[in-house]
Design a protein around this ligand. Sequence first.
Ligand SMILES: *[C@@H]1O[C@H](CO)[C@@H](O)[C@H](O)[C@H]1NC(C)=O
Ligand SMILES: *[C@@H]1O[C@H](CO)[C@@H](O)[C@H](O)[C@H]1NC(C)=O
Length: 211
Amino acid sequence: MSVSVLLLLAALSSCTGTAASANNVPKIVASAGETVLLPCSTTASDDVPAVEWSREGLPPDIAFLYRDGCETFEMKNPVFQYRTNLIRDELHHGNLSMVMSNVQRNDSGTYRCAIVRNPKTVIARVELFVGAVSEPTLSVVPDVGGGLTLQCEAKCWFPEPTIRFLDAQGNEISAEDPKRDKESLGCFTVKRRVTLQTATNSFHYSINTQT
Ligand SMILES: *[C@@H]1O[C@H](CO)[C@@H](O)[C@H](O)[C@H]1NC(C)=O
Ligand SMILES: *[C@@H]1O[C@H](CO)[C@@H](O)[C@H](O)[C@H]1NC(C)=O
């Protein structure tokens, strides 16, 4: 039996991008470990303003504070230590975007970019969503009578993925109900088994996740 496996991995890593979410706040979608750019800009001006990036609902909420030409560390939440920065060459163009590296699931949230004058003016809000994907594995389940039983496993994904098996014509093959486990990291491990009849010589599986 020849089994061809076509992996349709809707990897979150390939869809890092900006999309308007329902409330018109731009949404940045990324997967764990990536570096993201949270956009913020103001009308060009030569004098570089004091800039404050914060995350809503996080005490202390400061992700990056820039004043008098350099970063001010007091009040910065330690979870952002060594991970956030502004693009210094871009500041005098009014580009106040923040770069955040090694994003994790729990970095998801709404971020605010503000110019600190008197009063402080919020000029942008950005929603960051960090998901998780991994390389799925396919294995043969031994000692199951009648046909070939295969198991596809997606370890630690977020959001929870859907695993489907398709025949060569793209029709879904009926399979066992998926087994799902919620991991302590807040992601889901999903396993699903399918038994192929000998007549089947080609199939695909697809894993998808919605954000
Ligand atoms: C700000 O700078 C970044 C990095 O150079 C760039 O990708 C982005 O497009 C710039 N944004 C604007 C509004 O110019
Ligand atoms: C996210 O999780 C990491 C590791 O588990 C932890 O060190 C960090 O404080 C958490 N960040 C937030 C914003 O809760």
